[in-house]
Design a protein around this ligand. Structure first.
Ligand SMILES: [Zn+2]
Length: 319
């Protein structure tokens, strides 16, 4: 079962990164204890074994937040205001440190579409707004909406990038060996240094390049073109036609109505993509269902010499 790259969740749902929330809670606790100690009524202070600082090195947390005794000693309403502002600053810092990288052996990253459609407000979210909420407004059908989010997170079952991901199956393969294993084999290849290489069967490939999904892609773009014609007018058609497949996908997957085709038309365009993505998920098993984990790949005995020890680094040469 494919799993989402959880580090990206704060960006999608607009939540405070978990580490920041923990530190904020710890500081609130410290402030409560400071106030309680001053008033002599804090239960925790009466218990000689109480160790409120056990989970966190509160000194280093309060130092990094610039939240020393003068702040901790503030009256409760003032402290709450102060900590809210500090938590917001820390949350923005935390979001900017979220890692978007991936292991290149598995292609261009499962969350490639998510990364490509990130906007500046993902890192500095406005109050009460998140990408998930925006998709809620743009795509009414919940099944279609789920398909969009699953595609953005790269949760495509059956494809090689997903099948090989678990258990670090490609970790022991050389770069070239991993590339051969990841090759889609649909016939879509690109030229590099004069040689044609099969493209890796990752999320980007399935959505934008794969021959198996070409019919699906054409039907998406055809329906969207009709939508542009009906709701944005004939003059906007050349804009849509001039865009590459990658630019079209990037535009459709971005949770933003920018006005190139008019907000209403763009909302419809994204709904159309969402509907077709739901169909795509139904077809993935037919197109990519034959992929199996590395341990189930059979070694072609004719490729082995008698007594040869199979080196995992070149295993791919003989499967
Ligand atoms: Zn392919």
């Amino acid at each position: 079962m494919a799993q989402a790259k959880t580090t990206l969740l704060p960006l999608m749902v607009g939540m405070t990164p978990w580490g920041v929330q923990q530190q904020k809670d710890a500081l609130c606790l410290q402030a409560a204890l400071t106030r309680g100690a001053r008033a002599g009524v804090c239960l925790a202070h009466r218990h000689e074994n109480a160790n409120p600082f056990g989970l966190y090195q509160l000194k280093s947390v309060s130092d990094s937040w610039g939240c020393g005794l003068p702040v901790l000693n503030l009256p409760k309403p003032l402290f709450r205001k102060k900590i809210k502002v500090l938590a917001r600053v820390k949350a923005i810092e935390g979001r900017k440190q979220i890692k978007l990288d991936h292991d290149a052996k598995y292609g261009r990253g499962s969350a490639a579409m998510c990364n490509r459609s990130l906007l500046s407000w993902h890192f500095e979210p406005r109050e009460h707004e998140s990408e998930v909420k925006l998709w809620h407004r743009m795509v009414v059908n919940s099944v279609h909406r789920e398909a969009v989010l699953r595609a953005k997170f790269g949760l495509l079952p059956f494809i090689k990038a997903t099948v090989f991901k678990w258990g670090s199956q490609l970790a022991k393969f050389s770069e070239a060996g991993a590339a051969r294993l990841m090759a889609c084999g649909c016939g879509h290849a690109f030229g590099a240094s004069g040689a044609l290489l099969d493209l890796p069967q990752d999320v980007t490939h399935v959505l934008e390049e794969c021959k198996f999904s070409e019919g699906w892609r054409l039907s998406v773009f055809e329906e969207i073109r009709t939508c542009v014609l009906e709701h944005a007018g004939r003059l906007r058609i050349p804009v849509w036609d001039s865009w590459s497949v990658a630019k079209r996908m990037e535009f459709l997957f971005t949770a933003h109505l920018e006005g190139t085709f008019g907000r209403e038309c763009e909302s419809r365009m994204k709904s159309i993509l969402a509907k077709h993505l739901a169909y795509l998920f139904l077809n993935l098993g037919n197109w990519y269902g034959g992929n199996v984990p590395v341990r189930q790949l059979e070694v072609n005995q004719e490729c082995l010499r008698a007594g040869q020890v199979v080196d995992r680094a070149c295993f791919v040469e003989v499967v």
